[in-house]
Design a binder for this molecule. Structure first.
Ligand code: GDP
Ligand code: IMO
Ligand code: MG
Length: 424
């Protein structure tokens, strides 16, 4: 069984926890897009791990982890993560493989991300993670990126890097008026990371094809979420990769005929970190309350996440784009204690009512949610083990989410630990 797991909102839905659970019955876990902008949290037996690049299946000692061609790799971030895992007695040698076609994030990508963000006025900045993601993907599309396989021949790399550095320096010095980067330093950096990185590099599409043919179960781990997708999200307030289902195909080299199931990870409410419109955002007092209770602070940057009511318009959009077979509803416990719960079912945009997500950002930014209200529950649900343990109003809320999104719920998460999960 090959499954793709997708974030259905603006990221941070709890994908790390779900991957960690589903990995138990998988042989291989694959990251296929994004890079160290992701932060996937897993808590097991009182220990907490935050993974940025390495697939969340890594905590099981025998699982194979693959980083696909669609992921942008920052070698410094990767080695840091390998070190962090080793400190927790988790070894990745011989079970972490990286596509030799994956593009590399260089220090100049991080620099350009920062310069660009800092130069934009309020309301225009994207609020990126400043990890160099956008500039690296831009270079990939402009065909001036450097891939892991380019590190094999240093004479080839020398020529290629010379052209790339010249191109970067024109922008750095003329547009941003900062010091140029040094070719020699950048080349020396490549020499430093080269052999360690090449140890992990393989032909991942071939490996996944052969593994699938041999009956292995593959789990594809999405990063970010549908509304952050560069094509289907709230453009331009998005990331620079395809966080929707198509990204899993191109970003890993697996063919769509090999996929059996697509699962959406959905928070029981909505959060967003970084800039961009957010129609169902809470008023400030409630926002603070939920931020605190849900520990809504970015796993990568530590920034507070904005919080709001469940928005069925955006989740329906995610259902359509990704063809979701099922949903995992996360963080239901955070909603305990609220007298009433609101759900955005449609928007009013310039006087017109729509149930569909509008593509133009100027329309989305003036969308006023139309809410329906449901009764909340007071009980602490973090110990609930099965559907019938949940308070009746929590069950009604979940049933309503299923109806509004036309998608069955197969998992309900009531706490951050592995065991705090209800399977349906
Ligand atoms: P991801 O990027 O989608 O993997 O999500 P993050 O790890 O960035 O953020 C999700 C946060 O919610 C993490 O801190 C998790 O430990 C936590 N979490 C996941 N599921 C639950 C849950 O059901 N209840 C609570 N209270 N926290 C959860
Ligand atoms: P996970 O995988 C939430 C957001 C940033 C910013 C926008 C662009 O943990 O769900 P980028 O650095 O990618 O150019 O930033 O995307 N963003 C995320 N938000 N979760 C993530 O990943 C994110 N990765 C990027 O905050 O708004
Ligand atoms: Mg995250």
């Amino acid at each position: 069984m090959n499954r793709i797991l997708i974030g259905a909102q603006w990221g941070d839905e709890g994908k790390g926890k779900v991957i960690d659970i589903l990995a138990a019955k998988s042989d291989i876990v694959v990251r296929y897009q994004g890079g160290p902008n992701a932060g996937h949290t897993i808590k097991v037996k009182g220990r907490k791990f935050v993974l940025h690049l390495i697939p969340s299946g890594v905590l099981y000692s025998k699982k194979i982890c693959v980083i696909g061609n669609g992921v942008v790799i920052d070698p410094d971030a990767l080695f840091e993560e390998v070190k962090m895992l080793a400190q927790g007695d988790i070894e990745v040698r011989n079970r972490l493989f990286i596509s030799d076609q994956a593009h590399l994030i260089f220090p100049y990508h991080r620099l350009m991300d920062q310069l660009r963000e800092n130069s934009l006025k309020k309301g225009k900045a994207i609020g990126t993670t400043k990890r160099g993601i956008g500039p690296c993907y831009a270079d990939k599309m402009a065909r001036v990126g450097i891939r892991i396989c380019d590190l094999r021949s240093m004479s080839y790399l020398r020529q290629r890097l010379a052209d790339v550095v010249k191109d970067r320096n024109a922008i750095l010095t003329k547009v941003y008026k900062v010091q140029p980067i040094s070719f020699e330093k950048t080349f020396a950096y490549c020499q430093k990371i080269r052999s360690r990185l090449l140890e992990f590099a393989i032909d991942t599409p071939k490996y996944l094809y052969e593994s699938s043919k041999a009956g292995k179960n593959i789990l594809f781990e999405g990063a970010q979420g549908t509304l952050l997708d560069v094509d289907h999200g709230t453009y331009p307030f998005v990331t620079s990769s395809n966080a929707t289902v198509g990204g899993a195909i191109t970003g890993s080299g697996i063919a769509p005929t090999f996929i059996d199931r697509i699962i959406g990870v959905v928070k029981a409410y909505t959060t967003r970190v970084g800039e961009g419109p957010f129609p169902s955002q809470f008023p400030s007092k409630l926002m603070e309350q939920i931020q605190k209770k849900g520990e809504e602070f970015g796993s990568t940057t530590g920034r507070p996440r904005r919080c709001g009511w469940f928005d069925a318009v955006i989740v329906r959009h995610a259902v359509r784009i990704n063809g979701l077979d099922a949903m995992a509803i996360m963080k239901l416990d955070v909603l305990s204690g609220l007298k009433n719960l609101k759900i955005a079912t449609a928007y009013r945009i310039n006087g017109k009512i729509t149930r569909d997500y509008p593509h133009a950002i100027n329309e989305f930014s003036v969308a006023k949610p139309i809410y329906e209200t449901m009764k909340g529950w007071n009980e602490d649900i973090t110990g609930c083990k099965k559907w019938n343990d949940l308070p009746v109003n929590a069950r009604k809320y979940l049933k309503r989410l299923e109806t509004l999104t036309e998608t069955p719920i197969k998992m309900v998460s009531v706490g951050s630990q592995r065991h705090q999960t209800i399977f349906l």
